[in-house]
Design a binder for this molecule. Sequence first.
Ligand code: BDP
Length: 722
Amino acid sequence: MKLKNSLIAILVVTSLFLSNYTKAEDGYRLWLRYNRIEDSALLKVYQQSINSYQLDGVSPTHNAIEAELKIALSQLLDKKISSTKNLDNGTLLIALVSSPILTTFNQKDVVSSLNADGFGIFTSFVNKKKIIVITANKPVGLLYGTFHFLRLLQTQQPIANLAVVSAPKINIRLLNHWDNLDRTVERGYAGFSLWDWHKMPDYMDPRYIDYARANASVGINGTVVTNVNANALILREDYLKKVAALATVFRPYGIKIYLTARFSAPIEAGGLKTADPLDDEVKQWWKTKAEEIYKLIPDFGGFLVKANSEGQPGPQNYGRSHADGANMLADAVKPFGGIVMWRAFVYDNAVPDDRAMQAYNEFKPLDGKFRDNVIVQIKNGPIDFQPREPFHPLFGAMPKTPVMMEFQITQEYLGFATHLAFLPSLFKECLDADTYSNGKNSTVARIIDGSASGYKLTGIAGVANIGNDRDWCGHQFGQANWYGFGRLAWDHNLTTDQIADEWIRMTFSNKTEVINPVKKMMVVSREALVNYMTPLGLHHIMGYNHHYGPGPWVNKGRADWTSVYYHKADSAGIGFNRTSTGSKALNQYATPVKEQLESLETCPEKFLLWFHHLPWNFKVKSGKILWDELCFTYSKGVDDVKGMQQEWKSVEGKVDEERYKMVSDFLLIQQKEAAWWRNACISYFQSYSHLPIPVGLDKPPYSLEYYQKLSFPFAPGIRPQW
Ligand code: BDP
């Protein structure tokens, strides 16, 4: 009887443990799960190679490193790894390159020549003991090196002869949160804002540390915590104290805090009559505000500004230029080492230009007129974060002004959080594009990292997809976009394949039977999405305002917020003519790019309707007429999602049940919505082409009116004041 009872007790405890274990796989741990190494032979090798660690030096960043090692090593290696004062075989030594311990270390010069964030990891012999050295010029480099080393273990790489040297190519690597002070998130689909302003500074959610760890693990070194559609309240003293408390949490992780500055803050928060950037009182107000901020946050990064765009106030309200506005703020933060990131995302429906041309038209003439601590932040494409855009013509067009990249990680135009779209493919397409602005090989990446432009101030920002959902991003695979953004910000030469590989290994499994299908799914996902939403260069045809689902019929409201403005479908054909016979937007690109895109022979079909208005019976490269090609491409997008579902099905039982189920359900939503996009768009465009659905393809199951009548008043992420 006794035996039976204790057996039952054991069973209960085990099943509780197991169910807790599976429950715990809710995605919270991101790619920092640190589960025991799956390959037992490799585990043995690792266990023999790592016995202890020695962390030389003291700083808050050192404490962060130690905390990470404590969570990671014993779990990964399934043995206790303690700190030691003596170097022995298998010691992991983490020390600044200037440390006396490394006086005789022969790789000193290599590491000393790296920038402040760079690091080296070497297998080395000290006093005949085989050790692993992680070294850097600054504590934050040691932190990055530690995360890199842990990644080697997590992804099961050989560690017997390490000689890794790595330094970021871009200096400022930022997340931009579009978070409002009431915790709603503009275009956020992962719950509410992480920032619990109401409870700060007295209660600091421990999650802020996990956020900082995740960012530091991929080298993100700054965060703008407030929405670009800014609220001046954040500049009030009580809020600044909350910001300072956050900065204190982030600092050990090498993450600087930045704020968005509402241009009219001197009026709203300062009681002045004007926000004119040339007004002395206004200048003084910002100077005093900057002093106040830096007293609280000595390493405050600076301001991000959206001005004179979509109704936001700006210098043009006072007849001044963007340079006047940016320089005034730059002067205020300059004494403290701060910068101003001034957004080039400006457009005004009063200007009758092609909207794709407006940013260039406004900013190009200002080249060279900005202070040296101003950097112009440009969206990847000339319209607005569409599933596919050509690169923004301002890249390479402002040789005398540092410019930085703005990507959108949150999937405002890419199916919100329920569609799986692996965005490093999108990021790479833009970064690798050749602007020819300074001869061949002036890629966008080389413009923003300074190598083809000579910029000293370099930066890249991603609009965050993070909220307070347990899984952070609203989709398990949304995490891969946060991860991938950070990895590319560090090194834009990484391939999408490498990034996917690392992420899958750390987030799901190192087993080939998981890696292969999941990677296949990720690699096709963005192209699939382009195909079922906006094939052949179509753009901006989504639902009005909330941007959810298809809306090619949207024709009311300001012209450049409608869809008909962009696709220009009529009985003759479809597409936006931006060539020399149309809006002439192509003139904004360097000659080789312009010539390539202008000619129908050489314009890549993925950009066809972005640049050309073509008849429905235009012959494309496949030999089909444009209308048929459009229908086939839409259908291919849907089929590709079905393929993704099959790939995912093959990992059932090989990954935890909880995340397996969630991803399966989301893929079903994605498949339904892909079909919805296809059917709605084909129905709509057919009302202009008057051509039949090609043989072999399904007819849309409902009438066009059906699709037009669907309404979503509570779609998430919407901007409240719209
Ligand atoms: C648009 C978003 C809007 C943002 C704007 C921006 O719909 O919510 O405020 O971008 O980047 O795509 O400022």
